[in-house]
Design a protein around this ligand. Structure first.
Ligand code: TXA
Ligand code: MG
Length: 333
């Protein structure tokens, strides 16, 4: 299959493909998603196949607005309404009970809940509104690889496996949406993202829990995807928590370093062994996956050192993804 690249003014062609049941990747403000009409079981199964994704890892359902979501949710609780009013369209995914019989089991992995997301991207809004149906939207990468933040990343992983890619340029945030579970008594963040637990708690006017991964499976449902190896290049990744530790590492031509430019400036390595994460944490969020992919594609690199940031609300999402890529491996810890 030849994978077509669509520009911003070719949305109608992409809609036609989706309506026929084909797979088309689309931009969002977080990362690129792999779209397929969510009500068509065969298309949804094609998404698992193209990504190589385990079939018990359910998919996000991407909608154009709250009205579309309401057709597939069993109910829209007050908490959801508050969050939607404040954060949609935007990088927040809501886990609600699904309205039975409205979506194939392949979408929900057979669970009684479903994850809804309404991205802040005009192109994608128009795409879904024109189609008239929600589209599933897992990140458009090969399973276990870092999520794609450019159309080129998607093409790299999925060329020949999907019908099209809508090129909306690099994504703004660079890390996937915050997922909050509203199907439980106390709302809980299952995956950290740009919208922090503190902001959610402020809007809801109540406590919001964070899934640390330490709670027992019986107590709190977790995002099933979290149990899989994720965001990982084929080489080992090591987190460097203290920037002064970079001076203690013995670098050679087989090591790659991804760090802020102020840190990189002090490291004596050829330019191709360095990946600049930018000037600050927001830049680093935006560039992390691109950096991991950069070294993944370099055959000569055997170890990748990546700058960590002090744990805190703002760095939760970055450290969550980086820790997964590193399998918990930290320098000097
Ligand atoms: O920013 C994003 O959310 C991106 C863009 C493309 O929208 N999408 C994305 O989808 O990150 P994906 O499939 O890569 O990650 C969705 C996560 C997975 O960890 C999955 O296990 C979890 O959401 N999830 C989906 N449905 C769920 C459900 N019913 N219960 C618990 N977790 C669920
Ligand atoms: Mg993903």
């Amino acid at each position: 299959m030849e994978t077509q690249i669509f520009k911003k003014d070719q949305i109608d062609d992409a809609v036609k493909l989706l309506a026929k049941g084909e797979l088309v990747a689309f931009p969002t403000e977080t990362v690129y998603g792999l779209g397929a009409i969510a009500t068509n079981e065969k298309s949804v199964k094609g998404v698992y196949a193209a990504k190589g994704r385990p079939s018990d890892n359910p998919l996000i359902v991407t909608v154009s607005d709250e009205k579309m979501m309401a057709k597939y949710a069993k109910e829209v609780p007050e908490r959801a309404k508050k969050l939607i009013k404040h954060f949609w369209p935007g990088p927040l995914t809501l886990l609600l009970f699904v309205k039975p019989g409205t979506l194939p089991d392949a979408v929900t992995g057979g669970l009684d809940t479903v994850a809804f997301r309404c991205p802040d991207d005009q192109l994608t809004h128009d795409l879904i509104a024109k189609l008239g149906y929600p589209i599933v939207g897992p990140s458009a990468n090969t399973s276990t690889k870092p999520s794609p933040t450019t159309a080129e990343h998607v093409y790299h992983d999925l060329k020949g496996k999907i019908a099209g890619i809508i090129d909306g340029g690099p994504t703004r945030v660079g890390l996937e949406s915050t997922i909050i579970d509203l199907s439980v008594d106390t709302p809980i963040v299952l995956r950290p993202g740009e919208i922090t637990p503190e902001e959610l708690s402020e809007v809801l006017g109540e406590k919001v829990l964070i899934n640390t991964g330490k709670v027992s499976d019986k107590d709190v449902p977790k995002a099933p995807g979290m149990k899989y190896r994720h965001y990982a290049p084929s080489e080992p990744v090591i987190v460097v928590d203290d920037p002064s530790d970079f001076a203690k590492i013995k670098f050679d031509e087989k090591t790659g370093v991804a760090a802020l430019d102020s840190v990189l400036a002090k490291i004596d390595l050829p330019a191709e062994n360095k990946f600049d994460l930018g000037n600050n944490l927001v830049d680093a969020d935006h560039n992390l996956f691109g950096g991991l992919r950069y070294f993944d594609d370099k055959a000569e690199i055997e170890t990748i050192y990546v700058q960590g940031f002090d744990e805190g609300e703002e760095s939760l999402a970055y450290m969550n993804r980086l820790n997964k890529a590193a399998g918990g491996h930290h320098f000097n810890k």
